[in-house]
Ligand binder design. Structure first.
Ligand code: PLP
Length: 381
């Protein structure tokens, strides 16, 4: 089988699965317990926090564990709005954010906050000059993703942070780095964001585990209250095996990032070259050339993406139509809409997403399968 759906989720590394199983079975103490068994679990938790912080050049005290990207993003957006509502009600974001952000922003709008969307160009990129013009005295939050999950476009978040802090130092800047982590370098000493969201299952870690980087001095109000775990920011018994698995995956993924990116670039280039030679008039590449190599959005002329997706499945090739996170809805994704992709193309958008374990032969096999599928489809019409 060929798995080209790594932006939806990745296959966990074998050592991650082994570690999660071992800690689940042998170290089941609650890190909040006072006895030595609990303290052993706490040591694993704190060691994992330290390892994850190191990958971001952050202080371990700035790491808060969550149940994933969605929870981190909800907490960043809603928690900032709650903590800052006396300073203002203006929020800036982009129309191509993940639904975890867009839906959180919608809730805030219903509560009386003003959410203003920055424009994006035909590749989905924001204009830093527009951001500069739109930051106001009462702007409490700017929310921008680092890498878009449907097209791989990379936003200039480091530049955005500089702009935000120079125009209004009180404005909190949240970056959704779920698709960027382990694929692009993230150094919290250089990227001056206040809050950054991460997820383990996009980097061969376990599902249902995530973290939030919360810069010292940034105020947010917790969403989950209770036992006061994670320095009161996120109550609930901590998922020690999952977090240890996350740290294990993150250390490996960040240290082999360049090697993985080289492989991924070759796979992407092979797929593009094969498709261009086999069906030059039937494809439109939506992803920018300077986007994240691991995400490739291609539209196929006048064929519905579901038809292609299921036909590829018959060849044991797995991809996504648009984005798997907002999947299963039979409508054109908000990202494809924002990019103004014209009608004969927009319905047939497929996202191919790669990891370091893919290879060029898989790309050729995928192109060949696509050629067969489109030929069969043309004959049946
Ligand atoms: N943000 C982006 C950019 C994503 O791609 C995803 C998931 O695909 C999420 C957030 C949500 O992360 P999680 O699945 O860990 O909740």
């Amino acid at each position: 089988m060929i798995y080209f759906d790594n932006s939806a989720t990745t296959k966990p590394y074998k050592e991650v699965v082994d570690l999660v199983a071992k800690i689940s079975y042998e170290e089941f103490g609650n890190p909040a317990s006072l006895h030595s068994f609990g303290m052993r679990a706490e040591r694993i938790l704190e060691q994992s926090r330290k390892q994850l912080a190191e990958t971001l050049k952050a202080d371990p005290e700035e790491i808060i564990f969550t149940s994933g990207g969605t929870e981190s993003i909800n907490m960043a957006i809603k928690g900032t709005a709650e903590a800052m509502k006396r300073s203002g009600k203006h929020i800036l974001s982009t129309p191509i954010e993940h639904p975890a952000a867009l839906e959180s922003l919608k809730v805030l709008e219903e509560m009386g906050f003003t959410v203003e969307m920055l424009n994006v160009d035909d590749k989905g990129r924001i204009d830093p000059e527009e951001l500069k013009r739109k930051i106001r005295k009462d702007t409490i939050l700017v929310n921008i993703m680092m890498v878009n999950n449907e097209t791989g476009v990379i936003q200039p978040v480091a530049e955005a942070a500089q702009i935000i802090k120079s125009v209004n130092p009180k404005t909190v800047f949240h970056v959704d780095a779920v698709q960027a982590y382990g694929k692009l370098p993230i150094d919290t000493r250089k990227l001056k964001a206040d809050i950054i969201s991460f997820s383990a299952h996009k980097i061969h870690g376990p599902r249902g585990v995530g973290m939030m980087y919360l810069r010292h001095g940034t105020k947010i109000r917790p969403i989950l209250t209770g036992g006061g775990q994670e320095k009161q920011y996120r109550s609930g018994t901590v998922n020690v095996p999952g977090i240890a698995g996350f740290a294990c995956a993150a250390v490996r993924k960040t240290s082999q990032m360049e090697e993985d990116n080289r492989t991924i670039r070759q796979v992407r280039e092979r797929l593009i070259a094969e498709l261009k030679s086999r069906m030059p008039d039937q494809i439109r590449i939506n992803s920018p050339e300077d986007g994240l190599p691991g995400i490739l959005s291609i539209s196929f002329r006048s064929v519905k993406s579901e038809v292609i997706l299921h036909a590829l499945e018959q060849h044991e090739i797995y991809v996504s139509s648009g984005s798997a996170c907002s999947s299963k809805k039979n409508s054109i994704s908000h990202v494809i809409k924002a990019l103004n992709i014209p009608a004969p193309w927009s319905d047939g958008t497929i996202r191919f997403s790669f990891c370091g374990e893919n290879n060029e032969e898989e790309a050729t096999a995928c192109a060949q399968a696509l050629q067969e599928i489109l030929n069969t489809y043309a004959l049946s019409k």
